[in-house]
Design a protein around this ligand. Structure first.
Ligand code: 5CA
Ligand code: ZN
Length: 429
């Protein structure tokens, strides 16, 4: 499907110093070393489009965008794939509740999401694919798992045929990403789409591969599997394989996906005889009114509503940048005011004191150090304060330069060119 229009990007001259990222699997910060030299492949778990993009989603896609920009800055080619979970229980339930078709609901929310991504100047993925668009691939993959003896049937009394599950027991790979104990896994499995107590399952954490058709639910013909629809995790394995190939370099998403989603996605790949991601990165959860911002709780702040109310999208990016991507934090209105003041200060500084190689170097090294945006903001604050002091002292020349070429290759110390390339933050207007 069409993703969204990317902002124009003018990378700085490549530096060659690797990006270091925190890998959930190892618990350590390590340099990204692409499997294919020169080319980094990033998979970003996409939305389930049954409600509009909230700030939590925005924070997660902002983190993935920083990752992409940082990889570009190290001189790598970057390829990104992202899914859209348009066939899933919560979306089907919401469509039912609201009396509209599931395709229509998904299409409207995907369109809103695209607007938000454009407003925030998030670079669009090269491969952007929904479950319904990927059905042939998904069916082939589940059939392959079946042929490899990894799929088993569980009786479904309310359907014409059985449901199919992945037998994890064979290679015991579960927990490779999260490193969690079974007890920890059990505390969240059910609330995150799992069914640990279902009768007939061989293992409590075995994931649903293929759900037999139920009355009123969409279904696809799948040969030996019968008519039905896919379980959740298999979609990301298929879309990653299609867009990037397996294994790929980096899996990104919010920390609520560590388990079961990323553990089980990796387990599917292992069951297929493949590797999954080289690294797993997770962004923190954004809360509001004392709870994780979530569609099911309804405590949401929407990007499009903020923009409609006159908040400059750059201000939203600056609020996001004030928090390290791995931290959990709570959205507050005060931060919007703070970020708006910052934007004004930075814009003034860019006009007064646009060339500052030391600041550009500080921004690049902050980003490369596990996307340390709070440190980048400190560097920008220092630069802006100095620019203002210079202006007050009316210091001449050498500081302010006329706006000439905007090609960053010609202006390696240009702070606005750097914020634009590294953070999607254009200070020149
Ligand atoms: N479609 C699946 C992934 S395959 C899904 O989790 N969809 S979602 O719409 O629920 O979430 C989309 C992305 O936003 C996921 O990466 C999720 O981890 C992230 N996310 C959801 N809520 C928050 C939040 N409150 N704070 C930060 N990130 C969040
Ligand atoms: Zn996913």
């Amino acid at each position: 499907m069409h993703s969204w229009n990317s902002p124009s990007i003018s990378p700085l001259p490549a530096s060659g110093v690797p990006l270091r990222l925190h890998d959930t699997r190892t618990g350590r910060v390590a340099p990204v070393v692409p499997i294919t030299p020169g080319r980094a492949r990033l998979y970003v778990c996409g939305i389930t489009p049954y409600d509009a993009t909230h700030l939590g989603h925005a924070a997660t896609y902002h983190a993935a965008d920083l990752m992409r920009r940082a990889l570009l800055d190290t001189g790598l080619e970057v390829v990104v794939a992202q899914n859209v979970t348009d066939v899933d229980d919560p979306l089907l339930e919401r469509a039912d509740r609201d009396g509209i078709g599931w395709r229509e609901l998904a299409a409207s929310q995907v369109a809103l999401f695209a607007e938000d991504m454009e407003a925030l100047r998030i670079i669009a993925p090269e491969t952007y694919r929904s479950v319904s668009e990927s059905m042939d691939d998904i069916i082939t993959t589940v059939q392959t798992l079946h042929a490899r003896g990894r799929a088993y049937q569980v009786e479904a009394p309310d359907a014409a045929g059985p449901d199919w599950y992945l037998d994890l027991g064979v290679d015991g790979a579960l927990g490779d990403v999260s490193g969690w104990s079974e007890q920890q896994m059990l505390t969240v499995f059910a609330e995150r789409g799992g069914d640990p107590e279902r009768e007939g399952k061989r293992g409590r954490f075995d994931p649903l591969l293929w759900r037999a058709e139920r009355a009123g639910e969409p279904a696809w013909e799948a040969g030996v599997l019968g008519r039905g629809r896919p379980g959740w995790h298999v979609e990301c394995v298929c879309i990653a394989q299609d867009g990037l190939g397996l294994p790929f370099d980096i899996q990104a998403g919010g920390s609520d996906l560590i388990f079961p989603h990323h553990d089980l996605s990796a387990a599917h790949a292992v069951a297929l005889g493949r590797g999954f991601a080289g690294m797993y990165t997770h962004s923190g959860m954004v809360a509001h009114e004392g709870e994780k911002m979530s569609k099911s709780l309804g405590n949401l702040v929407f990007v499009h509503r903020l923009v409609r109310d006159g908040v400059d999208p750059r201000v939203i990016r600056l609020v996001l940048m004030a928090h390290h991507y791995r931290a959990d934090w709570a959205w507050s209105e005060d931060e919007v005011d703070l970020a708006a003041a910052r934007l004004e200060t930075y814009r003034t500084a860019a006009a007064l004191h646009g060339q500052h190689p030391r600041t550009v170097a500080a921004l690049r090294s902050a980003l490369r150090d596990d996307l340390d945006t709070p440190s980048a903001l400190t560097a920008l604050d220092t630069w802006a304060a100095a620019a203002r002091a210079d202006a007050v002292d009316q210091e001449p020349a050498g500081t302010a330069e006329p706006a000439g070429t905007t090609d960053p290759a010609d202006r390696p110390g240009d702070v606005a060119a750097a914020t634009d390339a590294l953070f999607g933050l254009d200070l020149r207007s």
